[in-house]
Design a protein around this ligand. Structure first.
Ligand code: COA
Length: 261
């Protein structure tokens, strides 16, 4: 298996680790890994018990080396285009997961590896992380959403500079650019991502999903349409049991127990 799902339990129930595990190719996105990744994302997306997902690498020193360049070399042109469409779709599916998704990045995240992290809601990186959309150095362009998500995240000219130069940047620079949300000690990305996930975990699961939808979809709309979307999302939390539980817990001065109902 190139992709592993680990469901935490006890106090961490609802927290799921999605691990890339293809050491021989540094987690390069080959046919097998991609198929398993898409299946895993489908599985998590349809599970109402999943509250937060952390995507990480089980391979020391690397998050993901991007597209599998060895497989690519054996593909005809049409096949390569179809495969890249599959990568693009996979990351769109990851982005569309209804619950918060955090990427914990340790080591290299190049090309599709960085594009994968860009499709998460939040990015936590270790101090040794190296990130880059390096495709133009291979005479191709980012094809897993990088030309769209990077400029939306860090601004047009900064994204163009990184894409045109194919530059590999370190964690500190990525933090400065706002490409990542947290820079932690080398080797500490997963632990910090888990700490972040545990901060999210106690909150209303339906509220989290609707807040994600309101922000993610709203960013693509004008303000008036975005506010209408917020209203529509808010309307969906009003009738929930969890909302009443939140009010009751406040009144009774205790911690709420949300069930996602
Ligand atoms: N596709 C296929 N195989 C890859 C790969 C990729 N993108 N990246 C690494 N590998 C393979 C290497 O060919 C090597 O295989 P081998 O043992 O059969 O020679 C193995 O993974 C280990 O790679 P190596 O470079 O020795 O590991 P490293 O830990 O020193 O460096 C990287 C890791 C990720 C920094 C480096 O492999 C790299 O830069 N890869 C290319 C990344 C890239 O340009 N991606 C863009 C895709 S558009």
């Amino acid at each position: 298996m190139d992709v592993r799902i680990e469901r935490l339990d006890g106090a961490d129930a609802g927290l799921v680790l999605l691990g890339l595990d293809r050491p021989s190719a540094r987690n390069a996105l080959g046919r097998q890994l991609l198929a398993e990744f898409r299946a895993a994302v489908r599985e998590l997306g349809s599970d109402p018990g999943v509250r937060v997902v952390v995507v990480h690498s089980l391979v020391p020193g690397v998050f993901c080396a991007g597209a599998d360049l060895k497989e690519r070399a054996g593909m005809a042109a049409a096949e390569a285009a179809t495969f890249v469409q599959g990568i693009r779709a996979a990351f769109t599916e990851l982005e569309a997961l209804p619950m918060p998704v955090i990427a914990a990045v340790e080591g290299a995240a190049f090309g599709g590896g960085l594009e994968l992290a860009l499709a998460a809601d939040l990015r936590v990186v270790g101090a040794d992380a190296k990130l880059g959309l390096v495709e133009t150095a291979l005479a191709i362009i980012p094809g897993g959403g990088g030309t769209q998500r990077l400029p939306r995240l860090i601004g047009v000219s900064r994204a163009k500079e990184l894409i045109f130069t194919a530059r590999r940047i370190g964690a500190k620079e990525a933090g400065r650019l706002g490409l990542v949300d947290q820079v932690t000690v080398a080797g500490g990305a997963l632990e910090s991502a888990l700490a972040l996930a545990r901060e999210i975990l106690p909150n209303g699961p339906l509220a989290l999903r609707l807040a994600k939808q309101a922000v993610s979809q709203g960013m693509e709309l004008d303000l008036a349409a975005g506010l209408a979307l917020e209203e529509a999302c808010y309307a969906q939390v009003i009738p929930t049991k969890d909302r009443l539980e939140g009010l009751a817990a406040f009144r009774e001065k205790r911690k709420p127990q949300f069930r996602g109902e």
